[in-house]
Design a protein around this ligand. Structure first.
Ligand SMILES: [Cu+2]
Length: 163
């Protein structure tokens, strides 16, 4: 990543963070208040090469495994030149070993943005180039797998581990 690209990406991430501090639909959640750290996952199939993780092959997401604390939030930023989604693979596994399913796990529902907690499941909908997701709150400990509706088989997948 060139310095200028890095700077613009950081600026974009900060802008998103600044614009969405209260964009949390807490219905059904246990809350937990503010004060958590927001983690920005870079969504880019072009740049983020596949790597092996404890959950299987991850790709397109940086970091491949995002470690968070309960009360933190996660947002996804598409820095690529074409559309992606961040869509949870349900059911979420609670701290158990789990793997990316070999079969395609999504339906067309992935394209309608929904969900604001890790445990409740989420999908960003189609994030166009340069755009981001809603804020997703790490409400409960667990290992949460997700992928891209369009490129799951690429592989375009990641994990979030909340403790
Ligand atoms: Cu994708």
């Amino acid at each position: 990543m060139t310095p200028s690209v890095r700077v613009s990406f950081i600026a974009m991430a900060l802008l998103v963070a600044a614009c969405t501090p209260n964009g949390i639909d807490s219905s059904g959640g246990s809350g937990g208040g503010g004060g958590g750290v927001n983690h920005v996952v870079d969504v880019n199939l072009t740049l983020n090469q596949p790597v092996q993780t404890p959950y299987g092959q991850s790709g397109g997401m940086k970091p491949p495994v995002t470690n968070v604390k309960v009360g933190d939030t996660v947002t996804f930023m598409n820095s690529d030149g074409f559309a992606h989604t961040s869509t949870s693979i349900t059911p979420a596994q609670s701290m158990n070993e789990t793997k990316f399913p070999s079969q395609y796990p999504f339906t067309g529902k992935a394209l309608n943005q929904a969900g604001s907690t890790l445990s409740g499941g989420w999908t960003s909908g189609a994030m166009q180039a340069g755009s981001g997701s809603q804020v997703v709150t790490a409400d409960k400990p667990g290992t949460y797998l997700y992928g891209c509706f369009f490129h799951y088989g690429a592989p375009m997948r990641g994990a979030i581990v909340a403790k």
